[in-house]
Design a protein around this ligand. Structure first.
Ligand SMILES: Nc1ncnc2c1ncn2[C@@H]1O[C@H](COP(=O)(O)OP(=O)(O)OP(=O)(O)O)[C@@H](O)[C@H]1O
Ligand SMILES: [Mg+2]
Length: 369
């Protein structure tokens, strides 16, 4: 039985850009719900989707597809849409040799970053965090030894740009385990139920990959205090899913959850209490700022002029985070110098510093004093 493709794809042999010779080699599709009915949260179980491959070719045979098109199911789940994430080659026709890949619903949120090159020695200061990470590293290297004493849920808190993400990456890199990064804001999906399902899938995936680290960034976005949750619709559902997984993790050996937040105080107390340790990241002091300035300028593709006074810059950057120093000061100064094709001079830094201070519209307390 043939089906009509409704939205963007065209069933034609005369399409200008159609790859006629061989047709589509690979098409990656992603389940997209029922856009025609305005119902989005019904969703076939992955096991049911397994058979999808067998009839996809037949029901969409002859359709020309490009990235972003919708393909509507007519058989198992009438009107259920699949969005075309990728077609190889682009704009080609579905034929008998086309291979279909269904993108895992979770894969959008889980990208193992196994090959991060960040090392602990690159992180200036934050000694407590580094020390704790060494312990976690020992556990990840031999999860069986720790039993009930295994570290599980750790909270990284502190101002933006102080090295929280960097530290999680360095840990994963040091013990060579996968880091599953997930932005909490991404978990608040478009559809009710999405977030809870994703959390469950995240932990299932982690179990497969264990030993590994789940790194939930922007944690406050979901785990906020219950008085805020009401405003955010399905957020409390996500919090409950998270609590279940964090508790249930006893049986999931070799998984560490690290959550990061800039706003520890707004966290839901039930969620917050699940973390055995809160590790505070702090803004760098003058010595640490000097160390950051000095180590990053060593990686400059241009030479520093002799007159450049990094000690003075360290003094002038009170309240700057590591990210401010690297992104706002050093990068801007380097870019200015690149325009002149000479060395990086003191005036490049001075100008960049003035701009950085100007840009900070609402400095936190004590910043740029
Ligand atoms: N302690 C540090 N030592 C060296 N570099 C640092 C340090 N802190 C920050 N940086 C620099 O700033 C960048 C951003 O840091 P990172 O992403 O780890 O901050 P974060 O604490 O996760 O911030 P956010 O709360 O916004 O997620 C790093 O990639 C690094 O270049
Ligand atoms: Mg971060």
């Amino acid at each position: 039985m043939r089906t009509k493709q409704r939205v963007t794809g065209k069933k034609t042999d005369n399409h200008e850009h159609v790859q006629k010779e061989s047709g589509a080699m690979t098409i990656i599709v992603k389940p997209a719900g029922y856009p025609l009915k305005g119902v989005f949260h019904e969703y076939p179980e992955p096991s049911e989707l397994d058979v999808f491959e067998f009839y996809a070719r037949e029901q969409w045979n002859g359709y020309v597809v490009k990235k972003g098109d919708f393909l509507f199911d007519r058989r198992m789940f009438p009107d259920f849409a699949f969005r075309v994430v990728d077609v190889e080659p682009e704009n080609s026709k579905i034929g008998k040799n086309t291979e279909f890949i269904i993108e895992d619903y979770a894969s959008e949120f889980i990208v193992p970053e196994i090959n991060s090159s960040v090392k602990f020695k690159d992180i200036v200061g934050q000694d407590k965090a580094k020390q704790k990470c060494k312990i976690i590293g020992k556990f990840l290297s031999s999860p069986d030894k720790f039993g009930m004493w295994a570290p599980k849920n750790i909270l990284f808190c502190g101002p933006a740009g102080t090295g929280k993400t960097m530290t999680a990456k360095a840990l994963a890199n040091a013990v060579n385990v996968p880091l599953l990064p997930v932005r909490a804001t991404k978990l608040i999906g478009e559809f009710v139920g999405d977030g809870a399902r994703e959390i469950h899938q995240l932990y299932e995936k982690a179990e497969e990959l264990s030993p590994c680290i789940i790194f939930i960034d922007e944690f406050d976005a979901i785990a906020l205090n219950r008085s805020f949750q009401e405003i955010r619709g399905d957020v409390s559902e996500i919090v409950n899913a998270l609590l279940t997984e964090m508790d249930g993790i006893d049986e999931r050996d070799g998984i560490i959850t690290i959550a990061a937040t800039n706003m520890r105080e707004t966290l839901d107390s039930a969620v917050r209490s699940r973390f055995e340790e809160e590790i505070e990241f702090v803004l760098p002091d003058e010595n640490e700022r000097y160390e950051i300035l000095s180590s990053y300028t060593k990686k400059f593709p241009l030479k520093l002029a002799k007159e450049v006074n990094l000690e003075k810059l360290a003094k002038q950057t009170g309240g700057f985070s590591g990210r401010d120093i690297v992104g706002k000061l050093l990068k801007t100064a380097l870019h200015k110098a690149l325009l002149t094709r000479g060395k990086v001079k003191q005036h490049h830094f001075d100008e960049a510093l003035a701009e950085a201070k100007n840009k900070a519209s609402k400095p936190p307390e004590g910043m740029f004093a």
